[in-house]
Every structure is written in C-alpha cells, then in structure tokens.
Design a protein around this ligand. Structure first.
Ligand code: PNS
Length: 158
C-alpha cells in the first residue's frame, strides 16, 4: 500500500491545501494529513482544532486520514510506513524553503521522497497567514477557505 504524508501547520486549512489533498488522494492508496504541533509558530487554532477542521473538510474521503505529530517529520513518516512526503508549491517564492527542507529530509531519510504538487492557479495566492489577517480585519474570506473554517475563524476572532 502506498501511503503519502502531507505535513503542515494548517492554521487553518485553506482551499489551496484542500486542492493539494485531493490531488494527493489520486496518487496514493492512503494520504495522511499530518498537522504539526508547532509551538514556535503560536498557532491561532490548537492542534486539536486544526485536526478537527481538516476532518470536517475531507469528510467522506475515506482514504484521507488526519492526525497530528510532534518531533521530526521523517521519524513520523517512518513510523507510518510512508513512501513519500507531499508539499504544495504555489509560486517560485515557496521553492527555496521547500527545496531546502526536501533536501534536508532526504539527508535524514534517504528512502523518503518529497513530491511537490501545485494547487489550481486560482488558489496560488492564498495563504493561511493572509486569510487570518483578512478575517481579523473583517474582510470577506468566503473564496479562500471551506465554509466550516470560515465559521470557525469568525467565532475565534469575534
Ligand atoms: O505548513 P508549514 O508551516 O509550512 O509546515 C512546515 C512543516 C510542519 C512541514 C515543517 O516545519 C516540519 O516538517 N516540522 C517538523 C519538524 C521537522 O521535521 N523539522 C525538520 C524539517 S527539515
């Protein structure tokens, strides 16, 4: 069974993340969405909230599992028996960091591939950070995140 891991902060999940998840679903028997604990980033949503928001968003997609992880990603991937990591690339500006992370992960775990997927162009400018800022400033985020996430953001920031 081919298992892919899509790791990230997902604070919160956006339509761009969802697009990448659905593309990964076409490539693997099972896709594990791995929500990083990420204390350093002081996320707006708790780990449990981020997992729950993704679970609601991908409900009905039985081959997409959602969980959180702490520690080194490559160790988590090994424990899951994964064959590849999946990361989304939106623009050239993402590339440098992603390239560095992929090569570092390859050094740590030579048999674990990183696969980059591009979301639909219409999602290429969306980021969780901007969505949070727009929501904080009472802007309209309808087009950028799933409905449940929009609701959660509005109640979190109320
Ligand atoms: O959505 P993000 O914040 O860009 O995701 C970054 C993430 C969580 C994938 C990255 O920070 C990570 O893998 N963290 C786990 C710790 C780890 O393995 N660090 C070494 C990466 S080379």
């Amino acid at each position: 069974m081919k298992r892919g891991i899509y790791p990230g902060s997902f604070d919160p999940i956006t339509n761009g993340h969802l697009d990448v998840m659905l593309r990964a679903e076409q490539l693997f028997d099972e896709v594990v969405i791995a929500v990083a604990h990420n204390d350093q980033k002081s996320p707006l949503f708790s780990e449990e909230e981020r997992v729950a928001l993704i679970e609601e968003t991908v409900a009905g997609h039985d081959r997409i599992k959602v969980t959180s992880f702490d520690g080194l990603l490559v160790n988590f991937a090994r424990d899951q028996g994964a064959s590849a990591l999946v990361r989304g690339i939106r623009a050239l500006s993402d590339f440098e960091f992603e390239f560095q992370m992929a090569l570092m992960n390859r050094k740590l775990a030579p048999n674990l591939e990183t696969i980059f997927l591009m979301p639909k162009e219409e999602y290429s400018y969306i980021s969780s950070r901007m969505v949070k800022e727009i929501a904080r400033l009472q802007g309209d985020i309808t087009e950028f995140v799933p409905k449940n996430v929009q609701k959660a953001l509005l109640s979190k920031l109320a």
